[in-house]
Write a protein that binds this ligand. Sequence first.
Ligand SMILES: NC(=O)c1ccc[n+]([C@@H]2O[C@H](COP(=O)([O-])OP(=O)(O)OC[C@H]3O[C@@H](n4cnc5c(N)ncnc54)[C@H](O)[C@@H]3O)[C@@H](O)[C@H]2O)c1
Length: 341
Amino acid sequence: MHEVTLIPGDGIGPSIAESTRAVIEASGAKIEWEVHQAGMAGIDQFKDPLPKETLDSIARNKVALKGPLTTPVGMGFRSVNVALRKEFDLYINLRPAKSMEGVKSVFRDVDLVVFRENTEEFYSGIEHYIDSKRSAAETIGVVTRAGSDRIVRAAFDYAREHGRRKVTIVHKANIMKYTSGLFLDVGREVAKEFLDIQCDDRIIDNMAMQLVTHPQQFDIIVTTNLFGDILSDLCSGLVGGLGLAPGANIGYDAAIFEAVHGSAPDIAGKDLANPSAMILAGAMMLDHLHESRAAKLVRDSISAVLKEGKKLTRDLSPERSVGTKEFTQNVLATMELMSRN
Ligand SMILES: NC(=O)c1ccc[n+]([C@@H]2O[C@H](COP(=O)([O-])OP(=O)(O)OC[C@H]3O[C@@H](n4cnc5c(N)ncnc54)[C@H](O)[C@@H]3O)[C@@H](O)[C@H]2O)c1
């Protein structure tokens, strides 16, 4: 039995978390869920966006599955997602982007994994107005040798473990000669220890252009926090959009699995959300828990439903679509059939 902290989140979170929970439970893995709140739901219940109960539960279980959490733009509380990553030192943000049969997208043969540094640089929260008139503002991006080393090393280790051929280091060292320059230097040093894996590098602007014109040339991408945030959304767009993109935040002592997308307030409460990204994040969690058979069943069922293409959510099939609940029922029925065969 695995004890897992489940944070449903807000916006579309509770609805896709319910779907994910049902699918994971049907996968055969034995999970005992501890449901806890964060973000808006944390404020509603405990007047705290990151209640102590939630933190204690993650610290105890070391594994969490999380729905999206809204972060107010500008003023208001700081991102709970960023706070969780810092609290548990979840330095790896791992986001696979793989073309799936049946999903309409510009490319059919993309198979990328983005490794985003998750704790440093412009997301460190070191920012302020320089005076009371707010005449200027500063955000300080700190990049450390140790922080760069561990994320690049994680990307190369993953490449070796998963039989991948190449790691591309993405940077802006031509302009940000110190922060991005340090990241690139460390990346090249680490690459010398992995001579069986090819290594190259790209400047971020060129990378964005090459990704949307010829993404097949890339395999594993490793980059700093802000570039990684943007590139991983871009990569999810290459394979059919945010509704299909899972992610993992991994540290030495804990891991939090979630969809790449946010709380989608525009469609919240309307039974329109695609739960696949969170379900696929659940499959990544099952792999992490060494429940690889259950993980495979979940992935195969989602693939089969997408390939069949008859009952898809609106983001994937705008003309003829089903709601979150019906989509989930279809995934569950497919799992049932697959596990019998
Ligand atoms: N990890 C997280 O919890 C996380 C990640 C990103 C954004 N956010 C937060 O989410 C809030 C909304 O952010 P946003 O609107 O920029 O991005 P978003 O990802 O919530 O939505 C972007 C667009 O994609 C659509 N979309 C997203 N997920 C979908 C799904 N599963 N099915 C169908 N359509 C989907 C939305 O309807 C919207 O049109 C913000 O407060 C932001 O800070 C949270």
